[in-house]
Design a protein around this ligand. Structure first.
Ligand code: HEM
Ligand SMILES: *[C@@H]1O[C@H](CO)[C@@H](O)[C@H](O)[C@H]1NC(C)=O
Ligand SMILES: *[C@@H]1O[C@H](CO)[C@@H](O)[C@H](O)[C@H]1NC(C)=O
Length: 205
């Protein structure tokens, strides 16, 4: 049984439309613990090895990694998140050499050492549209997060970035994204009498 889910729900028509099928009947837990975050979620300073390991631990491939990172075609990241990358990359008041120098100085004008705001578009100039601009930015060393830039450090993920960045809509990005989202929806499903099927996705019953 499937329902169709639009991403992000209210923005579907404005963003140009990523969508996928969501399997119904998923059993989820009733408790969220902040102390479980570190062992499960990837962080923005992860290198390619850490990213691949983190995804593999959830049954996701490096194809899923590069495809799902394409979610960063939408939204923003804060000055706080990129501060170390701009000002203290290796702990010697340096900037990440993988970041385009012109872009780095533009960011530094608005994002001061130790600063928290403003936020920056994850794919500059196109953060409200789901397209291949994210992959273009990454290819030009203008990916905002260390984890975005890291997609150039593996042969296969790099090839994918290049391929998608060649056409405006992303050669196969839309289709790939739907598939990987459906796969992500199958992570850690509870079985038997564990947990519950939620009446509303974001709330326990
Ligand atoms: C590959 C590993 C990933 C890492 C390390 C990562 C990390 C981050 C970080 C640090 C931010 C910015 C937070 C801030 O400064 O406010 C962000 C934003 C965002 N991420 Fe990811 N992310 C990853 C994968 C994903 C995936 C798989 C999705 C969804 C399929 C996703 C969707 C988003 C969206 C939509 C935003 C923008 C949020 C907003 O504008 O408020 N990310 N991500
Ligand atoms: C990635 O980070 C881990 C942990 O800090 C480190 O052991 C590893 O050498 C790094 N790998 C690459 C390819 O940079
Ligand atoms: C830069 O990083 C080093 C090593 O992690 C740390 O000792 C130092 O305090 C940091 N500098 C600033 C300004 O945060």
């Amino acid at each position: 049984m499937y329902v169709l889910f639009f991403f992000p729900l209210s923005l579907y028509f404005q963003t140009g439309g990523l969508f996928w099928k969501v399997e119904t009947g998923r059993r989820d837990g009733r408790i969220s613990l902040s102390k479980e975050i570190d062992a499960n979620l990837p962080f923005s300073n992860f290198n390619i090895t850490q990213l691949k390991q983190n995804f593999a631990s959830k049954g996701l491939t490096k194809k899923d990694l590069v495809v799902l990172s394409g979610a960063h075609t939408i939204g923003s990241a804060s000055c706080f998140t990129i501060n170390t990358r701009l000002y203290n990359f290796t702990g010697r008041s340096d900037t990440d050499p993988a970041l385009d120098p012109t872009f780095a100085s533009e960011l530094k004008k608005k994002c001061k050492p130790g600063g928290i705001l403003p936020v920056f578009e994850l794919d500059q100039g196109s953060s409200t549209i789901s397209d291949a601009q994210f992959y273009k930015a990454v290819r030009q060393n203008r990916g905002l997060l260390i984890s975005d830039a890291a997609l150039l450090d593996d042969h296969a993920t790099r090839a994918y970035v290049k391929r998608q960045s060649k056409s405006a809509a992303g050669a196969t990005f839309g289709r790939d994204f739907g598939k990987s989202m459906e796969k992500m929806g199958r992570i850690g499903v509870l079985t038997g009498s564990e947990g519950e099927i939620r009446q509303r996705c974001a709330f326990v019953n």
